[in-house]
Design a protein around this ligand. Structure first.
Ligand code: ATP
Ligand code: MG
Length: 242
């Protein structure tokens, strides 16, 4: 039996005359950690926005858990078991850390006590228990990224789409987030991970797709991708020299 959870089939997304995504196809297996990489403006976030219902594709299909989700709203996609983090984290700054995560919990229960219990479990998982009653706006960027992860985990997703969750973090903070992601996978989730930090990508991902100017440039294992001359020319040469 083929174990795919997400299919991207010939997806195109245009903004006016700009082809942000051009005929991109790939599949994500259940329980995989899947990397989506490429230069700035390659279309990575746009593809996440299409998958999660914030944008609708111009053509092509997106199939999640055997269901076509092209025309669903973000809340409908979330209810099917898909959650995403934002490249620019934006917690509700005047609410507490716990309340922010409870908002995620309310997507699966109407019961306040239950939402609180779910939220506390996620805060423990990401190591934010001590910050539960602090206002979210007072957290450092590293802690805000952990809060973002806890918020999406509280929706109990089958699949998590993480958009540069390590962006702006130092090495210790990045390593902590990577350990949490491995732990989430061990618990059965599937993860799609956008990241520019190639050490993080190669250490974490089972499979990688490279986007460049809206097109799929390559896909393969981390070893195959880091050796691929087209990928080095279009992206990795610049990243490694940065
Ligand atoms: N709402 C929009 N309206 C018009 N153009 C858009 C919109 N959203 C994205 N684009 C365009 O789509 C292209 C891809 O942008 P996108 O943000 O998806 O890139 P990215 O790969 O996530 O880049 P980065 O690594 O910098 O985050 C860019 O040319 C961008 O200007
Ligand atoms: Mg982006």
């Amino acid at each position: 039996m083929i174990n795919h959870l997400l299919h991207i089939n010939h997806v195109c997304k245009q903004f006016g005359g700009n082809n942000a995504i051009s005929n991109v196809s790939f599949s994500v297996d259940k329980n995989q950690i899947f990397g989506l990489i490429g230069p700035n403006g390659a279309g990575k976030t746009t593809l996440f926005n299409c998958i999660t219902g914030f944008y609708h594709v111009t053509s092509g299909d997106i199939i999640f858990n055997n269901k076509k989700i092209n025309n669903l709203r973000p809340d409908e996609v979330c209810h099917l078991g898909m959650a995403r983090t934002w490249q620019r984290v934006k917690p509700l700054g005047s609410l507490t850390v716990l309340e922010n995560v409870m908002i995620g919990g309310f997507s699966i229960t109407n019961d306040t006590k239950e939402a609180q219990k779910i939220a506390m479990e996620q805060l423990q998982l990401v190591g934010l228990t001590d910050y539960a009653s602090k206002t979210a706006g007072s957290l450092s960027i590293g802690l805000k990224k952990k809060l973002e992860l806890a918020r999406v985990l509280a929706t109990r997703p089958k699949m998590l789409l993480l958009d540069e969750i390590c962006g702006g973090l130092n090495k210790t903070e990045t390593d902590t987030i990577l350990a949490i992601i491995r732990d989430i996978r061990m618990k059965g989730a599937t993860i799609v991970f956008i990241e520019h930090d190639m050490k993080a990508v190669t250490s974490l991902c089972d499979w990688i797709v490279v986007l460049n100017s809206g097109e799929k440039l390559a896909e393969g294992t981390p070893e195959e991708i880091t050796r691929n001359p087209d990928v080095i020319a279009a992206y990795l040469g610049g990243v490694q020299n940065a």
